[in-house]
Design a binder for this molecule. Structure first.
Ligand SMILES: Cc1cc2nc3c(=O)[nH]c(=O)nc-3n(C[C@H](O)[C@H](O)[C@H](O)COP(=O)(O)O)c2cc1C
Length: 230
C-alpha cells in the first residue's frame, strides 16, 4: 500500500508523530511532504489553473511532485496542527493550489478509489473545524473514503504529551489502520459523493464553469455512462 503524508508544518511535533504512527501501521511505503519547506507558495488568484489548465499555474513546478505522489498513493493523509481553530496557513495555501481538482472542475479519477485521512492535534480546542478544513478538500476532490482523527494533546510539542495520551493515540491509530487495510483495493465512494458527482455532471452538461472543465468531463466519458469509481 502506498501512503503519502502532506504535513501542514515543517517541524516534527505531535501532529507529525500522530500521522507517522498511523502510516507506520499501514504496510508499504510512505512518502512525506512538509509545508512550507516543500511547497510554500500562496495562490495568486490568477485563475489560470481553471481556465488554462493546472500546468499553467505559476507554481506548477514546485507543486507537481506532491500532486504526483498523491496520484500514485492509495492513502492520502493530510495532517495539520490546529492554529487558531483551523489548519496552518501552509496547509491552506497548499489546498488553495488544488482547487482545480474540485468536482466542480476537474477531479482526478483515481481519487474516487483512494482512502483519505485528516489528522490534527491541538492543545485543547479547534479540532473539529480544523479537520473540516481538510475534509472539505478531500470530499470535493472525490476521495472514496475519508477518516478523521484529531486528538487534543494538552501539550505544545510531542515531548510534552503524556504517556497515557500516547498510548491512547497508538490504540486509535491501530484501529484506524485496521479499517484502512481491510478496505484497501475495495474502495468505492459513498452515496454523498456519488450524488454530488451526479449533480456536477449535470452542471457540466448544462454549462460548466469553463470549456476546459467540460472538455475534461467529456474526454473521461463521465457525461455518458462512465463513472470514475467503476
Ligand atoms: C500559532 C498557533 C496557534 C494555535 N492555536 C491553537 C488553537 O486554536 N487551539 C488549540 O487547542 N491549540 C492551539 N495551538 C496549539 C497547537 O495546536 C498544539 O500544541 C498542537 O498539538 C501542536 O502540534 P505540533 O506539535 O504538531 O506543532 C496553537 C499553536 C500555535 C503555534
Amino acid at each position: 500500500m502506498k501512503t503519502v503524508i502532506v504535513h501542514g508544518q515543517s517541524h516534527e511535533g505531535s501532529t507529525c508523530h500522530v500521522a507517522r504512527i498511523l502510516a507506520g501501521k499501514l504496510d508499504g511505503e510512505t512518502r512525506e511532504f512538509f509545508l512550507p519547506s516543500d511547497f510554500g507558495e500562496f495562490c495568486m488568484g490568477c485563475n489560470r489553473c481553471f481556465f488554462e489548465g493546472e500546468t499553467a499555474c505559476p507554481h506548477h513546478a514546485r507543486l507537481a511532485p506532491i500532486i504526483g505522489a498523491m496520484d500514485a498513493a492509495d492513502v492520502v493523509i493530510l495532517a495539520s496542527p490546529v492554529y487558531v481553530y483551523h489548519v496552518t496557513g501552509a496547509m491552506k495555501a497548499f489546498l488553495d493550489h488544488c482547487a482545480y481538482r474540485f468536482m466542480v472542475h476537474r477531479p482526478e479519477e483515481s481519487m474516487f478509489r483512494k482512502q483519505g485521512v485528516c489528522i490534527c492535534t491541538a492543545a485543547g480546542g479547534g479540532m473539529k473545524p480544523t479537520l473540516k478544513d481538510m475534509e472539505h478538500s478531500l470530499f470535493f476532490w472525490g476521495t472514496g473514503k475519508i477518516y478523521k482523527y484529531g486528538p487534543g494533546v494538552a501539550a505544545a510539542n510531542w515531548e510534552g504529551v503524556s504517556e497515557k495520551k500516547k498510548a491512547a493515540i497508538d490504540k486509535a491509530a491501530t484501529r484506524l489502520a485496521g479499517k484502512i487495510v481491510r478496505r484497501h483495493g475495495k474502495v468505492k465512494p459513498g452515496m454523498k459523493t456519488r450524488l454530488f458527482f451526479d449533480s456536477m455532471r449535470l452542471f457540466q452538461k448544462k454549462m460548466g464553469i469553463c470549456q476546459r472543465d467540460v472538455e475534461y468531463w467529456k474526454e473521461k466519458g463521465w457525461l455518458g455512462s462512465k463513472r470514475p469509481w467503476n
